[in-house]
Design a protein around this ligand. Structure first.
Ligand SMILES: CC(C)(COP(=O)(O)OP(=O)(O)OC[C@H]1O[C@@H](n2cnc3c(N)ncnc32)[C@H](O)[C@@H]1OP(=O)(O)O)[C@@H](O)C(=O)NCCC(=O)NCCS
Length: 318
């Protein structure tokens, strides 16, 4: 049996940083409120001219280096993003060109904050079936470009960044299962109010009913954690690390509690960069691998929830 195994990871945050105190000058908010209600201390924001592809390129180069492989070994590129550089070509194609790879499939996946989990699941299917041997899987977003910087209910929450994972075909277990879901009935709770057919004549901004999103996210993430463990005949205590989507510390606390996993076994990066959308799970994974917390052989449970609504999980042996 062939598995998709993580060979290396990389992450990147843009240089420019906005603290909660900086935001106090933009909207009616307080550092203490943001920290207490969300767990966020600061977020990184793209500089002038910097795009999602730039972030993805930095993260991908770091992942390639960590995996110790040559770019020419990559035969599949999939990138989760909701803030592509252009309507087309896909940011994955631009990234492919930047990295000097050509010929292999390269495409974007749009599942908002679940984009990386969707991309990982797709790459996993290609590797399991033998259709690909070495995949570059990226989550990258520059959400600062679609934020209404006068709306305190959204602008304090998001930040920009990218995370990347190289998956290689292996006989030894890697990704054990992935689980993807969506429910399009909740568009009114979380959406961007512009696009090709709607409001192309004005800037597009994230619109969110935060309280409602919060409640549904907590319920849904609890369910998907159970679904993932049941599919693998595993128990809660078999999970070494929960690597959650970094949207709100209170959502993460609630999920960890439902899973019965102590917070010491949960990777938390939200304080440093806020909700980086599709980048959040691979960024967190990269941090905990590089600082030595996650070791080879550990069992990781990755989960995310986002606009759509979309949600998903992956259980893997690192
Ligand atoms: C947005 C969120 C942080 C708001 O936190 P909350 O505890 O639910 O706060 P509420 O919406 O109940 O608002 C409480 C009060 O704080 C105020 N408030 C909201 N944003 C604020 C801010 N940035 N600074 C200060 N006060 C704020 C509200 O206006 C409200 O004031 P009121 O009681 O006078 O009306 C929270 O609901 C959340 O994180 N939701 C999920 C968002 C998310 O993760 N989205 C992405 C999914 S991938």
């Amino acid at each position: 049996m062939t598995f998709a195994r993580v060979l290396g990871t990389g992450g990147y945050l843009p240089e420019h940083c906005l603290t909660n105190s900086d935001l106090e000058r933009l909207v009616d908010t307080k550092d203490a409120w943001v920290q207490e209600r969300t767990g966020i201390r600061k977020r990184h924001i793209v500089g002038p001219g910097e795009t999602t592809c730039d972030l993805a390129e930095h993260a991908s180069r770091r992942a390639l280096e960590a995996a110790g492989i040559e770019k020419d070994e990559i035969d599949f590129v999939v990138l989760g993003t909701t803030t592509p550089d252009l309507v087309y070509p896909a940011t994955a194609c631009r990234l492919q060109a930047r990295l000097g790879i050509s010929g292999c499939p390269a495409f974007d996946v749009q599942a908002v904050c679940t984009g990386f989990i969707y991309a990982l699941s797709i790459a996993d299917q290609f590797i399991r079936t033998g259709a690909a041997k070495c995949a570059l899987v990226v989550g990258a977003d520059a959400s600062s470009k679609i934020l209404d910087w006068t709306d305190r209910g959204t602008c304090v929450l998001f930040g920009d960044g990218a995370g990347a994972v190289i998956l290689g075909a292996s006989e030894a277990p890697g990704i054990l299962s992935t689980h993807l879901h969506a429910d399009g009935r909740y568009e009114h709770l979380l959406y961007v109010d512009g696009g090709v057919f709607h409001g192309y004549d004005h800037p597009a901004y994230v619109r969110m009913q935060g309280g409602e999103v919060f409640k549904i996210a907590v319920r849904t993430l609890g369910r998907i954690v159970d679904e993932t463990l049941a599919a693998n005949n595993m128990d809660r205590c078999d999970v070494d690390w929960l690597v959650p989507h970094q949207a709100n510390i209170r959502i993460i606390n609630a999920t960890a509690k439902m899973l019965g996993i102590p917070m010491e076994r949960v990777v938390l990066t939200i304080a440093e960069h806020g909700n980086t959308s599709a980048a959040s799970v691979p960024l967190a994974m990269d941090v905990a691998i590089r600082d030595g917390r996650i070791s080879r052989g550990d069992t990781l449970l990755l989960e995310a929830f986002g606009g759509g609504f979309t949600w998903g999980s992956a259980l893997l042996k690192y």
